[in-house]
Ligand binder design. Structure first.
Ligand SMILES: CC(C)(COP(=O)(O)OP(=O)(O)OC[C@H]1O[C@@H](n2cnc3c(N)ncnc32)[C@H](O)[C@@H]1OP(=O)(O)O)[C@@H](O)C(=O)NCCC(=O)NCCS
Length: 150
């Protein structure tokens, strides 16, 4: 299935924050997305019946991209929406390399990154503990993945 990937501007910050909150166990406020989108970041999204069902937020400095976050609404997963969003970013001619951090136990995301050619570059021990101070949850490591066109 092919999906129409659209540019997201700051007016979609609230939709992004809501979807983020449904997909992750922490909160990123709409104001965070708004400020990122007026900074060195861009976002792409996919809509179904005018509802945002998936988006990717990317920081782009020169020819390097960092995926800051990436999510698809649970009932729209496993249809290729995540892949369409990632490929849309990777195909941009201005982007020559890309990196991201992912929890080591996030199997769906890791499978997708590896299938699209991302390579494991390193591990940050207890990374997600430091992101959530005081959390009693398990504290998985972050795996750093990179993708290069060279
Ligand atoms: C990671 C995430 C964005 C993937 O989104 P998605 O839309 O499900 O991704 P895709 O559909 O493109 O691919 C996922 C799987 O579905 C499969 N798939 C794709 N289209 C399919 C279809 N039409 N029918 C059945 N399966 C399909 C893919 O082959 C892929 O399988 P694999 O994991 O075995 O490789 C989503 O799981 C998510 O939002 N997770 C929570 C947030 C998160 O963890 N984000 C990443 C942070 S680093």
């Amino acid at each position: 299935m092919t999906f129409d990937v659209r540019d997201l501007e700051a007016d979609k910050a609230l939709d992004m924050a809501r979807l983020y909150g449904q997909c992750f166990d922490n909160v990123w406020e709409a104001s965070f997305f708004e400020s990122k989108l007026t900074d060195s970041c861009f976002a792409k999204g996919i809509f179904v019946k005018e509802e945002l069902v998936g988006f990717i937020l990317v920081q782009n400095i020169e020819d390097e991209a960092e995926i800051l976050t990436f999510c698809v609404r649970e009932n729209h997963r496993k249809q290729g929406i995540g892949e369409s969003l990632l490929l849309d970013v990777l195909k941009q001619s201005k982007i020559l390399s890309c990196f991201l951090e992912v929890r080591c136990n996030n199997k769906p995301a890791i499978a997708l990154y590896e299938r699209l050619g991302f390579k494991k570059k390193g591990v940050r021990k207890g990374y997600y503990q430091s992101q959530r101070q005081g959390s009693q949850n398990s504290t998985p490591d972050a795996i750093i993945y990179t993708y290069s066109k060279n």
